[in-house]
Design a protein around this ligand. Structure first.
Ligand SMILES: [Zn+2]
Length: 136
């Protein structure tokens, strides 16, 4: 049984930002995301990874303009891959450094990943476990 006992990530960081506690129902999805992807990446880059958005209930996803079949939500048929998405920021490294480290991480060949630069020129990423490699 997996528990929220990671060095750098707390359960509360992955909760739906509307406060609905939907994470209770999909806890294992996010435990595995941290275990296999986020904690290893955190140790690799050795800088804080700030979670901007984890799980989203359908209502909250809609409210913030997320796509209807977002991997942040449980809206869709391909459970257990959904919901697994996280959006994150790394403030302390040049954006392409993080992208390069992600390219080297073979676990991430099973993930969807998008890297983009936010308005303040920080590196922001989207990561989800969809069972196959997708980049956009
Ligand atoms: Zn919610």
């Amino acid at each position: 049984m997996l528990l929220w006992n990671f060095k750098n990530f707390k359960r509360s960081e992955f909760e739906c930002n509307c406060g609905c506690n939907i994470l209770d129902y999909y806890e294992n999805n996010y435990l595995y995301m941290v275990l296999y992807f986020l904690q290893p990446l955190r140790e690799d880059i050795n800088k804080p990874i700030h979670i901007i958005s984890g799980i989203r209930c359908v209502k909250h996803n809609k409210a913030i303009g997320g796509s209807a079949y977002s991997y942040h939500t449980n809206n869709g048929t391909n459970f257990p891959f959904r919901p697994t998405a996280v959006d994150f920021k790394v403030y302390d490294l040049p954006q392409y450094f993080v992208a390069d480290r992600i390219k080297e991480n073979t676990n991430l060949n099973y993930c969807g990943y998008k890297m983009y630069i936010d308005k303040e020129n920080y590196c922001q990423g989207h990561l989800d476990f969809r069972g196959y490699k997708a980049r956009w």
